[in-house]
Design a protein around this ligand. Sequence first.
Ligand SMILES: [Zn+2]
Length: 270
Amino acid sequence: MKVIISHDIDHITAFEHMHDLILPKFFMRSSLETLLGTISWNEYNHRFQIFLKNKWHNLEELMAFDKTHSIPSTFFVGVAHGRGLRYSLQDAAFWIDRILREGFEAGVHGIVDDNYELLADEHKRFKDITGLAQFGIRMHYLKTCHETMGFLDKAGYMFDTSLFTFSAPFKAGNLWEFPLHIMDGYIMCNKRRWQNQTLCQAKDNTKIILDGLNKIKLKYITILFHDCYFSDSFSTWKEWYVWVVDYLKINKVVFISYADAVRELNSNDE
Ligand SMILES: [Zn+2]
């Protein structure tokens, strides 16, 4: 079993959300989680502090952690606005450069799934920023329609990893689709929009999923953890990610990047 870890960048600053509903929803959700007892007053207070500091990413911290643990992760960065993703192209370009300089891979956090011209614009914008010839994509909120795979292939993406299904990678034209198997939000917020799981429950559910994936003998397992949760504001989420990496290392899995997995799959094809 090889494991591919990736991170979606949904926010960079808090103030980029001054004109949408993300901030009120964030504080409503945090208040509810405090009342339910799934987060502590410390976490609630920390969330208020990071809002005041206007820092809603944890990219440096997560890159340092992944580097220490030799995780060749891929960071998906948005280059268009939509569905609550609102950071500037300038901020995106700054962080893409930092990610690539740190030796990690970067891809597009896609916004448009149903309009070929706009979808291809995102591909071109990312290509212009990075100078990369080949890269992949994950759609924001995993949003796809029946035309998305064909559009992504036509636009020139190397891979997509937006379909949430327990299956092996497959090819759609020249595009490799890597189904997503484990996502932080689905683990921590079981069928809800707020955290309703303890760390213990999150670990147990993750073990059940990993055992299930092992039973069907998938060669590549994909895990998504959002950088915004690698913070003391979301201590259960952060502890879960640290535990997942440790658990996988104890179980002697091999960590691989999407791009290297594509190269392996293509060489098997020949
Ligand atoms: Zn997203």
